[in-house]
Design a protein around this ligand. Sequence first.
Ligand code: HEC
Ligand code: HEC
Ligand code: HEC
Ligand code: HEC
Ligand code: HEC
Ligand code: HEC
Length: 395
Amino acid sequence: MRKTALIIGLVAGIAVALLAGLGTSSETASADAGPHVSTGSDATPDKCASCHRLHSGQNEFLLKQAGSVEDFCFACHGNGGPGSYLAVEEGTSYGDGAQGLRAGGFEEARIDTTDPNSARPAPTPIGYAVTIGVLATKQEVKSQHAVDGSAGTMWGYGVPGTSGAGISNELECTSCHDPHGNGNYRILRSVPTGSDAAGYTIPDTYPKAAANYTTSNYFNMNHDVDGNGVGDALPGALPLGATPAPGQSIFVDTSRWCSQCHTRYLAQRNTVVPTPVAGSVDPNASRMDSGDDIFTFRHTSAGWGLNSSAPSGVPGPNYGKATFNNRACITCHATHGSNASMPGKPAASPAPATHYSSRVPWPDGSTINPENDLERASLLKMNNRGMCKKCHSAQ
Ligand code: HEC
Ligand code: HEC
Ligand code: HEC
Ligand code: HEC
Ligand code: HEC
Ligand code: HEC
């Protein structure tokens, strides 16, 4: 047996033993079980030893085994779920049979990336007739956040107007998650490591039964709060001029959170509102020049925006109000990784053959795809540009 495999095998064994002491994962109603719960003022926390060795640490964090942080996390969250039902390596939850995890996966995922269901007449898919289903058999991912500690470009970092397309950053699981627990949604760090941002805390108030780590429809990422097995409808409009607060919409919260690293991707809907919110000119509006040389005009992505629609010149009921929507990072992208591919179209359907999606240059103009995304699939949830058709069915 190879040495690394042996070490990881041992760690997995210890993890299972640890879990046996805590109660098996299928018995835990909440994923706040496990070693990540912040112990606060507890003087005798019995959890440090599940991960650290004080005199015989195998890396600079005094972790009990050598290897990357990724390998360390996979000792419990790897294939088969050796120490947690959340097997993120293969995009699968074993909480209740084998189901697709919300965030996709790092090596394999279960997103039905060719789901033909779309067909909404107008680009306003507020209802959720549209679906991206879940595959019974997992598939290899084509793109993922590279968590092997190698450097990649953190696209769009910096306020609009910053020079360059982003900065170099070494990403690890712990760039985004706090292994010690912090009381936040999915133990996400308020300030992702390397972002140097002001901080955005997603409160841990969204439901977190085992079923809420999975989805039956990757197009509707809203949580199933009422427990009917389907992601909920969006919350209603806010009062005039109001801004959503943390905890109201997972779309708004995750978009703001992702944008601490990918700052210049965040764009709100129709933010230049004439009246009644006079003078609210926001550089984050999608239909305004952001002033940035690269990210100049941007598709809406904030999960909310001000409604300035005034059909036939008569303002509608939500005119000038903030309304929630599903144009958010996690609607189009799988957070960890996606099995979507960008094969283009063969000559037969219809001629000539096309290869557009796979050949989109990167924001810095480069055309060489990195190792973690050879097809330029960019964590999207549908093959080619199938995402567009989910909302813009007529085009
Ligand atoms: C689930 C595994 C896990 C548990 C349990 C755990 N740690 Fe850690 N700890 C880590 C990892 C992983 C890192 C490296 C963090 C990084 O990459 O930024 C770390 C880093 C640290 C650091 C370095 C500074 C920091 O916060 O990054 C300290 C100090 C620390 N741990 C103390 C503790 C103590 C004390 C306990 C028990 C109360 C504990 N840890 C429990 C995984 C764990
Ligand atoms: C010793 C085993 C073990 C290790 C090592 C471990 N985890 Fe976990 N993790 C768990 C368990 C157990 C749960 C709770 C879910 C369950 O019961 O399976 C969990 C839950 C989580 C959750 C969901 C938390 C929430 O608030 O909903 C995240 C995120 C997570 N782990 C990330 C990580 C990361 C990142 C690492 C590596 C730094 C890591 N884990 C290492 C066992 C582990
Ligand atoms: C770029 C940031 C980022 C990185 C890197 C990252 N995660 Fe996550 N992770 C998230 C976010 C955001 C969510 C919540 C997704 C949601 O609920 O829609 C999440 C969710 C999870 C969950 C809950 C299951 C799910 O699919 O929702 C676990 C467990 C987890 N992450 C573990 C890990 C481990 C282990 C690693 C490294 C191998 C890792 N994460 C790397 C951002 C990250
Ligand atoms: C409506 C769908 C959609 C939404 C919403 C969306 N993206 Fe994208 N994203 C794409 C597509 C398509 C690409 C491929 C490149 C392109 O066409 O610009 C992409 C590419 C990217 C890339 C790779 C670099 C690049 O620009 O090509 C990053 C990083 C990214 N998106 C981050 C985000 C973040 C962060 C959010 C939320 C603030 C977000 N995206 C919201 C569709 C979307
Ligand atoms: C800690 C900073 C950080 C956070 C937070 C973060 N990213 Fe990234 N992201 C990166 C880095 C660095 C890269 C480039 C290296 C790589 O692909 O892993 C990247 C790459 C990407 C890409 C392009 C991947 C490809 O292969 O084409 C997309 C799309 C993306 N991120 C979307 C998101 C979304 C959506 C979120 C929120 C759920 C998010 N990111 C949160 C740092 C971050
Ligand atoms: C989640 C639904 C959704 C997806 C997916 C989506 N769009 Fe949109 N798009 C909209 C809506 C709604 C608008 C109208 C502006 C608004 O209110 O956000 C819009 C506006 C636009 C516009 C006009 C510019 C603007 O800001 O009004 C273009 C061009 C566009 N989309 C192209 C695309 C392409 C290309 C894709 C695929 C990569 C795509 N869209 C994916 C919902 C979506």
